[in-house]
Design a protein around this ligand. Structure first.
Ligand code: TXA
Ligand code: MG
Length: 346
């Protein structure tokens, strides 16, 4: 399944009346015919298909090489679409929708049974979000479908934040890719379970825990986010994710990084450092990549996946990375770094 022709449309997200754009119309038409299309969102690129069509959804799992027990997020463009998909949202869920949609917050609801069963991997809940990106919105409106879409990377790779990343992973494996430029947040949406009285954070992301709590009061954090020995409630969190090809190590004291680099270079390894704007000139290594400024963690979120992919391009074997504070978007950054390093913390 990796030799089909892949269409490529370039769409300017600032263009007026995007719903009438030729690329959007063609892509929407293919979605209605049960095909799979990659498109930009404000978080990462998604790989979308009709959420009501089981055969279309099956193609997503094949294209990505994704395990079948990992459910997908359903994307919508209009609030009314939620009524068909989920049972009566709680008061807190409604308040969160009011505050954060469209935006990078995915909510888990009790489902009605309207989506194809491979979307939810047999769970009685469904994840829904309304993306805040003009191209995603136009595609959702033009197709007039709820689109189930995981991140548009091969399973296990860092999520794509540019169309070029999607092309590298999925060219020949999907029918089309809409290039709408680089994404904004750069990390996947926050995933929050709102089926119970107290919301539970399954995956930290673009909307911070602090921002959510300012609307609905204290929330819980899925304990499995921190401990490897607990089965995560969000099935996707159990897989090694976001990983570059080289082995990534997180180093708690950045002063120790140079020592590790020197030791492994002496063994003949190609060694990289994942640094920041503030620290990049302090290191000597085969490849040094800054993932943004420590003074602006949003820039780190935005550039992290591109930085991880850049090490792959250069064939780096070992990567030593600085760590970050877990406040605000830092919680999501550290969650992805911990996954990418498979828990290797020095
Ligand atoms: O920002 C995003 O969320 C991107 C863009 C494309 O929208 N999508 C994305 O999808 O990151 P994916 O498939 O890579 O991650 C979806 C996460 C997984 O961890 C999955 O297990 C969880 O959401 N999830 C989906 N449905 C769920 C459900 N019913 N209960 C618990 N977790 C669920
Ligand atoms: Mg993903």
């Amino acid at each position: 399944m990796n030799n089909q022709q892949t269409f490529h449309w370039t769409v300017d997200k600032n263009e007026e009346n995007l719903k009438e754009n030729q690329g959007i119309i063609e892509a929407a038409h293919l979605l209605q015919q049960g095909e799979v299309i990659a498109f930009p969102t404000e978080t990462v690129y998604g790989l979308g298909a009709n959420a009501l069509d089981e055969a279309a959804i099956a193609k997503i799992f094949i294209a990505k090489g994704r395990p079948n027990d990992n459910p997908l997020i359903v994307h919508i463009a209009r609030r009314e679409q939620l009524n068909d998909l989920v049972q009566e949202p709680s008061e807190k869920a409604r308040a969160l929708i009011e505050s954060f949609w469209p935006g990078p917050l995915t909510l888990i609801f009790k489902q009605t049974g309207s989506v194809a069963k491979n979307v939810t991997a047999g769970l009685d809940t469904v994840a829904v979000r309304m993306p805040d990106h003009p191209v995603a919105e136009a595609l959702l409106l033009a197709s007039d479908l709820p689109l189930a879409a995981p991140s548009a990377n091969l399973s296990g790779k860092p999520s794509p934040t540019a169309a070029e990343h999607v092309w590298t992973d999925l060219q020949g494996r999907v029918v089309g890719i809409i290039d709408g430029g680089s994404t904004g947040v750069g990390l996947e949406s926050t995933v929050l379970d709102v089926t119970g009285e107290i919301p539970i954070l399954f995956r930290p992301g673009g909307i911070t825990k602090e921002a959510i709590e300012s609307v609905v009061g204290p929330i819980q954090v899925d304990p499995a986010l921190k401990k490897d020995d607990q089965a995560p409630r969000s099935p996707g969190m159990k897989y090694t994710h976001y990983a570059p090809q080289g082995d990534l190590f997180l180093v708690s004291e950045k002063e120790e990084i140079q020592g590790y680099v020197d030791k492994w270079r002496l063994q003949g390894k190609m060694v990289g450092v994942l640094a920041t704007e503030e620290s990049k000139s302090n290191y000597e290594a085969d490849v040094i990549i800054s993932c943004g400024s420590r003074a602006n963690l949003a820039s780190v979120a935005n550039q992290l996946y591109d930085a991880l992919r850049a090490f792959d391009k250069k064939g780096v074997e070992l990567i030593f990375a600085e760590i970050f504070s877990e406040e605000g978007i830092g919680l999501a950054i550290m969650n992805r770094l911990e996954k990418a390093s498979a828990g290797r913390i020095l």
